[in-house]
Structure formats: structure tokens, C-alpha cells
Design a protein around this ligand. Structure first.
Ligand code: ASP
Length: 349
């Protein structure tokens, strides 16, 4: 107790000197917390122009402030992550919603999922086309259907029944993504992870990790103590019609439980499914007594590395601790809480 008092006194002294309210309480449990990702991979400064770097950071900050406004006003973690993910889905810079990659057939097949840590309710959609914000549809599946996952035509029909916004093929067309598909076909490559230009096998990563993933995700703790997690993606460039990655799989790409933590993943989906990444991290905390940092490092930096699966995760636990580990060169990411200002990063440092 006395130690905490001293720490707080020191922090308040720092506040007096620096004038930063955030510094004063950075060591205490935050009232709310939000962490986001926009994909992981070999993202080094030479791969992004300064303009693109700036634009992406700007979108990440906008996504964070959108969610923070909701959380600061006492809104729910589910509302915060839904709105946050929508911002990234509406950007052409991420492999989700508008910026989704193309399948081998030249289509966009989108996957998304969401989970409520308070109730363990979950909703997911896979292989949906012409849905502007797949995270909104995943949430509708959770809240307005008796199912957890809907796929393809059935999910699209459900979107129409629920009045969820659809968009023409043209909305999802970006020259960059179309070029990636043509490139992959010209080189007669198999499915490619976002921006990598290299072929992937489901059991062995032959790329040496030279790629990044543009999937988006968000996890949050709200003022009511409830956790939520959500993920949205276009999957892999040149993927086979019907291929489903980890992003819409509850327990692999997304998981939330108020007893432990909320997790959203990005990376080579086949590995993340086989390692049940998101649930394993929560289970290591709940049943194994590991801290959030220990649990996420065990899975991302040890198990996935041993298997050969590249990528990363974001997570927040019930005490508001936030982590963003990745075993690639970079990951688009950011965090904010009632204790710390919004902070976004791309590269390893
Ligand atoms: N995990 C996604 C998938 O395999 C890809 C990504 O994270 O970019 O579909």
C-alpha cells in the first residue's frame, strides 16, 4: 500500500513538472483501454513512402479516437470496437472492407468476427461479398440471429434482411489490389498474404517472413469492466474460392472473455487456426495463471515461431493491460486508454 502511495506521489510530482496528466496515472488500472492492429509483416521504412506512412498513421489515429470517444463517454467495448474497425474497413489502406484483396477468381470474399467477453456471445461471417462493413454483419449475426457463423450467400441474404449496407464491386476495386492479383497470376503463384508477393503453403512458411498482413482488428475494455474483440479481413490474395482464414474463426483470430482477456490476430491464417491462437492466450491466463504478456509471448513468440507461422496479435486484459506482440518485422498498431494518450506504431521500435 505504502509503495503504491509513494509511486502515486512520485507520479503526481512528475505531473507537476511535466504537466502531463497521463503520466500521473499510467501505472494504475485504466477506466477504459483500446488496442488496434492493421496487419503485420515485413514492414520496414523502405517499403512505405513517407506520404503513405503518414496516411496510415493518420487512419490508425482516427480509428483510435473514434473508439476512445465512445469508451470515454461510458459506451460499451462492443460499440467501440465496431466503430473503430469500421474506420479501418472504410480505408483503402487495409486488407478489409474497401481495401480487401482479390481471390483467384477476381472477387472479394470477406471474413469477420466479433465476441462479447461479458456473455461469451459471438458472431462471424465468412466469404461474404458486397458487404461494406463485414464487422457490422458479424455483430448482427451475434445479436440478431440464433447462430454464431453465417457464410457466403446465406450471410449476404441475412445482411439484406437486417438492412445492412451493401456496396457494388466497384467500391472494393483498388488498382493496387488488382495489380497484386495480376502479379500473382503472372508468376503462377498460389495464395499470397497481403503485400508479400510470395507463395504460401498451409503447413510450411517458405517466405522467410518477407510479407505483411493487412487484416484489421480491435480489442477494448470499457468502464463497465467488459471486454470485446473483433477482426475483419479480405484474407489472402489469389486465395481459392471458399478459402477461410483464422479471422472469422472464434478462438483462432478472435476471442474475448471477461475472466481473462480480449484478443484479435493477424497473420498466416492456416497457422493461427491450428494454434487456436486467440483462445489459447485467454486460456493460458485463466487456467494457467500466466500474465497477459507471458501468455501472448508464449503463443506468438514461441509456439507460432516453432510452427513457422508469421504474424501478431493485440490484446487487453480485464485489468486494462495492453500488449501488441508480433514475430514479423512490423505491425500496424496503436493503443489508447484513460491513462495514456493515443500512440501508433508501424515498425519494430
Ligand atoms: N489472418 C488473415 C488470413 O489468413 C490474413 C491477415 O491477417 O492479413 O486470412
Amino acid at each position: 500500500m505504502w509503495l503504491k502511495t509513494i509511486t502515486k506521489t512520485a507520479a503526481l510530482a512528475a505531473f507537476a513538472i511535466t504537466g502531463s496528466a497521463n503520466m500521473a496515472f499510467a501505472d494504475e488500472k485504466p477506466e477504459y483501454a483500446l488496442v488496434i492492429h492493421g496487419g503485420a509483416g515485413t514492414i520496414t521504412p523502405d517499403k512505405l513512402t513517407p506520404e503513405l506512412d503518414k496516411e496510415i498513421r493518420g487512419t490508425l489515429l482516427k480509428a483510435l479516437s473514434t473508439g476512445q470517444d465512445i469508451l470515454a463517454a461510458g459506451g460499451t467495448s462492443l460499440d467501440a470496437i465496431t466503430a473503430t474497425i469500421q474506420v479501418m474497413e472504410n480505408s483503402p489502406h487495409f486488407n478489409a472492407g474497401k481495401g480487401a484483396v482479390f481471390t483467384a477468381e477476381g472477387k472479394n470474399e470477406l471474413d469477420s468476427s466479433i465476441m462479447d467477453g461479458a456473455t461469451l456471445n459471438a458472431g462471424a461471417v465468412s466469404g461474404v461479398s458486397n458487404v461494406k462493413n463485414p464487422i457490422t454483419l458479424a455483430r448482427a449475426v451475434m445479436e440478431k440471429s440464433v447462430h454464431v457463423m453465417l457464410q457466403g450467400n446465406g450471410a449476404e441474404q441475412f445482411a439484406d434482411e437486417q438492412g445492412i449496407e451493401r456496396a457494388e464491386d466497384a467500391y472494393f476495386y483498388t488498382e493496387y489490389r488488382w495489380g497484386q492479383l495480376q502479379d500473382a497470376k503472372a508468376k503462377q503463384q498460389g495464395p499470397l498474404l497481403d503485400h508479400d508477393g510470395k507463395e504460401h503453403s498451409s503447413v510450411q512458411d517458405k517466405t522467410g517472413g518477407d510479407y505483411k498482413f493487412g487484416t484489421v482488428g480491435a480489442v477494448a475494455l470499457d468502464k463497465h469492466g467488459n471486454l470485446a474483440a473483433g477482426t475483419s479481413t479480405g484474407g489472402m490474395t489469389n486465395k481459392s474460392h471458399g478459402r477461410v482464414g483464422d479471422s472469422p474463426i472464434i478462438g483462432a483470430g478472435t476471442y474475448a472473455n471477461n475472466k481473462s482477456c480480449a484478443v484479435s490476430a493477424t497473420g498466416h491464417g492456416e497457422f493461427f487456426i491450428r494454434a487456436t491462437v486467440a483462445h489459447s492466450i485467454c486460456a493460458l491466463m485463466e487456467y494457467g495463471g500466466l500474465s497477459l504478456e507471458e501468455a501472448s509471448n508464449r503463443i506468438v513468440m514461441e509456439q507460432l515461431v516453432e510452427m513457422g507461422g508469421d504474424g501478431g496479435i493485440i490484446a487487453v486484459d480485464k485489468d486494462g493491460n495492453m500488449v501488441m506482440p508480433f514475430n514479423t518485422a512490423g505491425m500496424f498498431r496503436g493503443k489508447v486508454s484513460s491513462n495514456i494518450e493515443a500512440d501508433v506504431s508501424i515498425y519494430k521500435d
